[in-house]
Write a protein that binds this ligand. Structure first.
Ligand SMILES: C[S@@+](CC[C@H](N)C(=O)[O-])C[C@H]1O[C@@H](n2cnc3c(N)ncnc32)[C@H](O)[C@@H]1O
Length: 258
């Protein structure tokens, strides 16, 4: 389902965009992409999604409905430059705490700088670590969020098991990710935009089209709404549901640790 297969030398392969690569190689290539784009990541998000990522992220936080309490602790994995954690804290009237975890120090450095400017640093902890191996005890968090991150992780099933482990009983998983467009016409416009415009804008803004070629290819390789919901259930989550946004360009998946 995630494009995994065994390579000729017996190692596990997975997709890196439209190519098959070893799992370790994928992580190294992904890290290279985000080191390259970190400083321009936020502006490129607005350009690539024509600002829509803001509405999708707002909808994710509305679905989470963070508790307005200093006891409320969330983990934002693949948190990058902080968009999700900042929204959670604001929605909790600056009471909640969020740990922003990312494998990429360049992305976290941009996030920490933004947090400082917004006056949110006291509510945040930045942790450089891998989603597949979370440096936290079991049953630690009220919510686990991951936005546009999980398709970059080589072993998605391992990341989901880790999410389950670190959540408290009664805790909630929310995954925002690009998904399958299921709307005639929109799918063709979206393809043209993705494969022609996005890499070109990437080149204009960051000087390199390749990272954005990977991003659009990786979106097409990610499981559709139903298949991804099945993977979340397989990791142990209950009451798994999803909501498609903008004709399926993005989808929000939800699950509970009961
Ligand atoms: C597209 S960005 C998303 C950033 C942010 N969540 C947002 O919505 O703007 C994907 C992030 O996933 C991170 N990432 C990739 N592989 C990871 C892994 N194995 N563990 C943790 N983070 C990872 C990247 O470093 C990058 O910051």
């Amino acid at each position: 389902m995630t494009g995994e297969r065994i390579s000729a030398d017996g190692g596990m392969e997975t997709s890196y965009g439209f190519r098959q690569v070893g799992q370790g190689e994928k992580q190294a290539l992904v890290n290279d992409v985000f080191h390259k784009v970190a400083k321009r990541y936020d502006i490129m998000n607005d350009v690539m999604s024509m600002g829509l990522h803001r509405a999708w992220k707002d909808a994710m936080i509305a679905a989470l409905n963070p508790r307005k309490s200093a006891e409320y602790r969330t983990l934002d994995v693949a948190g990058g430059t902080g968009d999700i954690a900042f929204r959670i804290i604001e929605a909790s009237d600056r009471k909640a705490h969020s740990t922003v975890l990312d494998i990429n120090g360049s992305m976290l450095a941009v996030g920490a700088e933004r947090a400082e400017k917004k006056g949110l640093s006291a509510n945040l902890t930045f942790v450089e670590a891998n989603a597949e191996d979370l440096p936290f005890e079991a049953n630690s968090f009220d919510a686990y969020t991951i936005a546009f991150g999980i398709r970059n992780v080589p072993r998605i099933d391992v990341a989901l098991s880790e999410a389950y482990r670190v959540l408290k009983r009664g805790g909630r998983l929310l995954v925002l990710e690009f998904s399958e467009v299921d709307m005639p016409l929109l799918d063709r416009v979206y393809d043209a935009w993705s494969f022609n415009a996005i890499p070109q804008f990437g080149k204009m803004i960051t000087g390199d089209a390749e990272p954005y070629q990977y991003l659009v290819e990786s979106i097409r390789k990610f499981p559709n709404q139903r298949d991804f919901a099945t993977m979340i259930s397989a990791a142990g989550f209950s009451r798994v549901t999803y909501t498609s946004y903008t004709g399926g360009i993005a989808a929000l998946h939800s699950g509970w640790k009961i």
